[in-house]
Design a protein around this ligand. Structure first.
Ligand code: MSP
Length: 529
């Protein structure tokens, strides 16, 4: 299934200085839902994620743990970052680590090109550096410290002191790109999304751009500057390049042409790196800029951005151990408007699990299949003549499929889920109104009973396909129980853009028993949070 348009999506590459929390999990899941959808639509899809392993933060954390940064990265990647992908059912196509040879070599080639073309010069820099952000800060970005840092100026994001650095560095002539960047935002209003992110970037760039310091010489954990081994490449400059080095830049022209330009999905904390520095770098190298940069919002816990450094971090397994990975995926995609901040609470998660997944969707599936088993010996019945109520379901299914696809196209994942959920709601209402258990008592209404249960079963078929990018485990179970695979093939091969076409599940398919898709949670939740 790779004949369609190219859809190459990336997540930020994460610092493996520490273990992942649900904020990182949120980005991974969103990227995975979008790519699963496109993959199932037949697009030529590629999902890249990975780890950002150079820089001072990594160096310091490793040193504090009596390891080399390379050893520390290996340990964390193996014990935490790769397992995160399993925990959350992420179907990534590649995982890049910036310490890999393929990245280092291609990143050096990129840098050398910019140097040869006159975009890089030597200069002196003095400024305040935040190791947490791995970024020089303007005075306006600092705030008064509190607690142990009272009396000091601290980074507004990390609440930790910044360091005054004075170095002779290599600089990238970023200031030259102000005009071209503003023209880009103007000509392609959907380049930076959502609108609020675009506005922020436009007003930032309008104030003028400084050149960017792109090397460091006071430590050696990084990619060597090819023409001057006494410098290593600034960690952000190195990290941004992963999006092209992973798909063959400088090594495999065919793969690069097939994938690039891609789409960068990031948290809004790192929007400027992606919407300003990154396209300027690409322009300097004569490469295409990304198709889009989409910035999602923050997960807030207790009203604050959830973060490990502020000790509000929640490990993804705290949620998946209790509710399962499908529930994690569903909850964050449904409860938060993609592109805006959203608050996490155990109560909300638990309430939605019970009302929407267990009672709304899970019960619907098990009730319908139980009735097919009881009234038709487990065979999907032949529908008779359709009545208005049945046709209304068919229209709901068609509209939901179309609306969901259009919403995914706009990165509106929560709207897509809302559209699909109209099928769950309508079908539940339909079953109550049609009351198959009453029809079953009257042999004269046997054909009507068949039509009603066919309608409900075929509705479940559409739901399995449309929900499979979000809740892959539950929908796989449902697909098996529907007896759909022998008739229609594997769930992953169902074309999602055709999911709304009525009448795909043939009468006579043999349905099986369905275990509770979302069992009751007995455990007291959130106790450890
Ligand atoms: N290594 C850089 C990114 C380089 S990309 C070329 C980095 N890494 S990070 O480990 O700090 O991850 C930041 C990303 O994690 C955010 O952009 C976002 O995707 C995710 N999140 C971290 N905390 C989050 C929340 N509280 N809420 C939502 N997303 C969060 O920055």
């Amino acid at each position: 299934m790779s004949s369609g348009a190219s859809f190459y999506l990336t997540t930020p590459i994460f610092y493996p200085s520490d273990v992942p929390h649900i904020g990182h999990g949120y980005t991974e899941v969103a990227a995975d839902v979008l790519t699963r959808w496109h993959r199932q639509a037949g697009d030529d899809t590629w999902l890249l994620t990975g780890t950002d392993e150079h820089g001072q933060k990594m160096l310091r954390t490793a040193t504090a743990n009596d390891m080399t940064p390379g050893e520390w990265a290996d340990k964390l990647v193996q014990s935490s970052w790769l397992p995160l992908l399993d925990t959350l059912d992420i179907a990534n196509d590649d995982f890049i680590r910036t310490t890999q040879e393929r990245h280092e070599t291609s990143a050096q080639a990129f840098l050398q090109k910019l140097y040869d073309d006159g975009f890089i010069y030597t200069g002196d820099y003095e400024g305040f550096y935040c190791v947490g952000c791995e970024e020089y800060k303007q005075s306006s970005e600092l705030v008064e410290g509190t607690g142990p840092f009272e009396g000091q100026r601290v980074c507004a994001i990390h609440s930790k002191p910044v360091e005054l650095l004075h170095e002779r560095n290599y600089f990238f002539r970023m200031s030259e790109f102000q005009g071209r960047l503003l023209a880009l935002y103007e000509e392609r209003p959907d380049f930076v999304q959502p609108e609020s992110a675009r506005n922020e970037v436009v007003s930032f760039v309008k104030q003028g751009l400084a050149d960017l310091s792109i090397s460091r010489s006071s430590f050696d954990w990084g990619i060597q500057v090819p023409w001057d081994p006494s410098h290593v490449v600034y960690v952000w400059f190195d990290a941004l390049l992963n999006y092209i080095t992973a798909v063959g830049y400088g090594r495999d022209d065919e793969q690069f042409a097939r994938r690039w330009p891609g789409i960068q999905l990031v948290g809004k904390d790192i929007l400027r790196f992606h919407a300003v520095i990154w396209p300027a770098m690409l322009m300097a190298a004569g490469l295409e800029v990304p198709k889009h940069v989409f910035a999602h919002g923050w997960l807030l816990v207790g009203g604050e951005k959830m973060s490990k450094s502020k000790l509000t971090g929640i490990a993804p397994t705290q949620i998946t151990d209790v509710f399962g990975s499908d529930a994690f995926r569903y909850y964050f995609m449904r409860a938060i408007t993609f592109g805006q901040d959203g608050s996490f609470s155990w109560e909300d998660l638990s309430a939605r699990y019970q009302a929407e997944l267990a009672n709304g969707f899970g019960n619907l599936a098990s009730r319908v299949l139980a009735m097919v088993a009881r009234y038709f010996e487990g065979r999907v019945p032949e529908p008779g003549g359709y009545e208005a109520a049945d046709e209304a379901i068919q229209r709901t299914v068609a509209a939901a499929a179309q609306d969901a696809d259009a919403a995914i196209e706009r990165f509106a994942i929560n709207e897509a889920l809302g559209a699909v959920w109209t099928i769950v709601e309508e079908l539940n209402g339909y079953i109550t109104e049609q009351a198959p258990w009453v029809l079953a008592k009257d042999p004269a209404r046997r054909e009507r009973l068949g039509t009603v249960l066919y309608t409900a079963t075929e509705g479940l078929r559409a739901l399995a396909v449309l929900l499979s990018p979000v809740i892959p485990q539950a929908t796989a179970k449902l697909w098996t129980a529907l007896g759909a695979e022998p008739q229609l093939g594997p769930l992953a091969e169902q074309r999602i853009r055709a999911a709304g076409e009525w009448g795909q599940l043939p009468a006579g398919a043999t349905v099986g028993a369905l275990v509770a898709l979302f069992p009751r949670i007995e455990q007291e939740i959130g106790a450890s949070a």
